[in-house]
Design a protein around this ligand. Structure first.
Ligand code: MRU
Length: 341
């Protein structure tokens, strides 16, 4: 299964909105289609969004027919702007866009720049894959035999285009022979846990129990969970972490009940320019995602709705942040400087 794949002049993605009922692959030929696929969550998860953004830019520039570098860079800026407008919280997206921009500015001739941009997008994908494999190996050291782990949202190969972050750690620990059980929260409103995490864990042969988000406190307080591990969409310089809405609630439950709360993310998710989580932009999504479940309305017409896609967990709730360059603990400010080059 490949969540996203470069095919030379188009990109193949597995449409995550159709899972688990249907494994439907889509081929995207231009950057606007890629931008729409990201907004519609056909491809999602911060690292996968970064990869999709880079490939989207590559698709866009391949269609530019201008020969002047200045005009080419103007067109590239428009394409990058469209890509950047898709998912504001995912740090990996902006990291990828900045890398693509730097490569374009460094080149001389437009044809050479186009080739360099395609190469850079492939490199971003390769590096993210390697980073998620490495952080999964490192993080697996924190997982003991017979552990029951609670995870929120979806952080496996689908979300990363690689091995996974939180789910990568769990899958790797399973491959080491550790006997594990996982509680996967359904993750309202869009059910990434029920649809995608449950699907990925079943494929990995790791026993998984699906619970609603509101059941987390019940199982944690009964001593049924050894640790919580989640991914991240953006991590500020002090360790404050934005992740799927509901993550903060689970972090508070973990501290209250004395179990570790781990965050797993590649260093491309860290945003050293933000001093704290208060500065992280939070994506607000449509009201229909809350009033409807898979097209069926569940709320009265015209009801007031709020739909923030992410929340911020303050760093003091986080036991450790697992990256491909090492596991960081308090004081996070110093650890962050060590792993971000
Ligand atoms: O809205 P989504 O489905 O893109 O949200 C995904 C998450 O919140 C993940 O936990 C996060 O991106 C880390 S993915 C490895």
């Amino acid at each position: 299964m490949k969540a996203i794949e470069w095919l030379g002049d188009r990109v193949r993605i597995l449409d995550q909105t159709r899972l688990p009922q249907e494994e439907l692959y889509l081929e995207l030929g231009d950057y606007q289609d890629m931008a729409s696929a990201v907004v519609e969550l056909k491809i999602r998860g911060a690292p996968a969004i970064g990869i999709a953004g880079a490939y989207g830019i590559a698709l866009g520039v391949l269609k530019i027919e201008i020969k002047s570098k200045k005009e080419f860079l103007d067109r590239l800026r428009d394409i990058s702007h469209t890509i950047a407008s898709t998912r504001p919280t995912a740090r990996n997206l902006f990291q990828a866009i900045d890398r693509m921009q730097a490569v374009a500015e460094a080149g001389d001739d437009v044809d050479q720049i186009k080739k360099a941009l395609v190469d850079e997008a492939i490199k971003i994908h390769t590096e993210e894959t390697e980073a998620t494999m490495r952080l999964s190996q490192l993080g697996a050291e924190l997982i003991g035999d017979n552990f029951t782990i609670l995870t929120h949202c979806n952080t496996g190969p689908l979300a990363t285009g690689g091995y996974g972050t939180a789910l990568g750690v769990i899958i790797y620990a399973g491959e080491q022979g550790k006997r594990l059980k996982v509680f996967a929260t359904e993750t309202r409103p869009l059910l990434q846990g029920a649809r995608l995490t449950a699907w990925e864990l079943k494929r990995a042969n790791i026993p998984v129990t699906l619970i609603t988000d509101s059941m987390a406190g019940y199982f944690i307080s009964q001593g049924k969970v050894d640790c919580v591990i989640v991914g991240a969409d953006r991590i500020a310089a002090n360790g404050d972490t934005a992740n799927k809405i509901g993550t903060y609630t689970v972090a508070v439950l973990a501290l209250e009940n004395g179990i570790p709360f781990y965050v797993a993310a590649p260093t491309t998710t860290i945003d050293p320019s933000l001093a704290s989580g208060k500065e992280i932009p939070i994506e607000q999504r449509s009201r229909e995602e809350v009033t409807h479940i898979r097209g069926v309305t569940i709320a009265p017409d015209g009801i007031e709705v709020a739909n923030p896609a992410f929340d911020v967990t303050p760093h003091h709730y986080i036991t450790a942040i697992i990256t491909e360059r090492g596991i960081i603990r308090e004081p996070y400010g110093e650890g962050m400087k060590r792993v971000v080059c």
